[in-house]
Design a protein around this ligand. Structure first.
Ligand code: ADP
Ligand code: MG
Ligand code: MG
Length: 255
């Protein structure tokens, strides 16, 4: 049993106008075996939360803690966080010309396991993972994310999830830009991952539609840099009907 614990997290970024606080005291605990959804309007700081946990250098933690099984991860490098069992699928995956998908996956797997995967089984595993998300095996030879469609980038992230099999997966708008078939394929991938039973998912999304395929145990409404409301799957349904307006107004009024 593992847990990822975020306590009173405050995060700033440097902008042209000066230092701006984006996260204003986030509290969230994810236990292994649980799927949490973070939902919230644009600009509420959802991606900032994901990047901060992953260790993106642009984001400065000014207060609070993030621990994995009680161990502080904020002092770890990005690589060390991955080795500790954290995985982040970014809202906008980076394109890396000259690095093939196949090389990238192998390098990532080697870094995380501390040893290179066995050549024979590895090739088969990569193939299987790609087939499962309906990705053309030819794509393994292409440069990472370069010229990939939105859907291909997201499928590739599910391939990574499957092969790297982290303890906790943070998926930032994995549903954005997907058509209905791709949404189902990507959701099936996330569900396969969490069906292992001892994995934790933090699913960040703007829309409720992915939650028709992935059933969250907990839903958090994220507004103005903090969790404004928490509930079960029924909260997502309420948001679908009512939108974020109520929470945005309350946040503005400082309630
Ligand atoms: P969300 O993912 O919920 O849409 P973000 O975390 O992307 O929200 O952004 C939250 C707020 O922080 C926005 O106002 C955004 O413009 C600002 N922000 C995020 N990252 C940066 C950055 N690197 N530089 C300047 N502003 C940023
Ligand atoms: Mg956004
Ligand atoms: Mg975002």
């Amino acid at each position: 049993m593992s847990n990822l614990e975020i306590r009173d997290l405050h995060v700033t970024v440097e902008t042209e106008a000066g230092t701006k606080e984006i996260l204003k005291g986030v509290d969230l605990t994810i236990n292994s075996g649980e799927t949490h959804a973070i939902m919230g309007p644009n600009g509420s700081g959802k991606s900032t939360l994901a990047y901060s946990i992953a260790g993106h250098p642009k984001y400065t933690i000014t207060q609070g803690s993030v621990t994995l099984d009680g161990e502080d991860i904020l002092g770890l490098t990005v690589d060390e966080r991955a080795r500790a069992g954290l995985f982040l699928a970014m809202q906008y995956p980076v394109e890396v010309p000259g690095v093939s998908v196949s090389n990238f996956l192998r390098t990532a797997k080697t870094a995380i396991d501390g040893q290179a995967p066995k050549l024979r089984t590895w090739a088969r595993d990569v193939n299987t993972a790609m087939e499962r998300v309906d990705m053309d095996p030819e794509m393994a030879n292409r440069s990472l994310n370069e010229g990939f469609s939105g859907g291909e980038k997201k499928r590739h992230e599910i391939v990574q999830l499957e092969l790297l099999n982290p303890k906790f997966a943070i998926l930032d708008e994995t549903d954005s830009g997907l058509d209905i078939d791709a949404l189902r394929i990507v959701s099936d991938g996330v569900n396969r991952y969490s069906a292992q039973g001892d994995r934790g998912v933090l699913l960040i999304t703007h829309y409720t539609r992915i939650l028709r395929y992935i059933k969250p145990d907990h839903v958090h409404v994220f507004v103005a840099g903090r969790v404004a409301e928490q509930g079960g799957a029924e909260l997502a349904e309420r948001l679908e009907a009512e939108g974020y307006d109520r929470y945005v107004k309350a946040a503005r009024a400082g309630v």
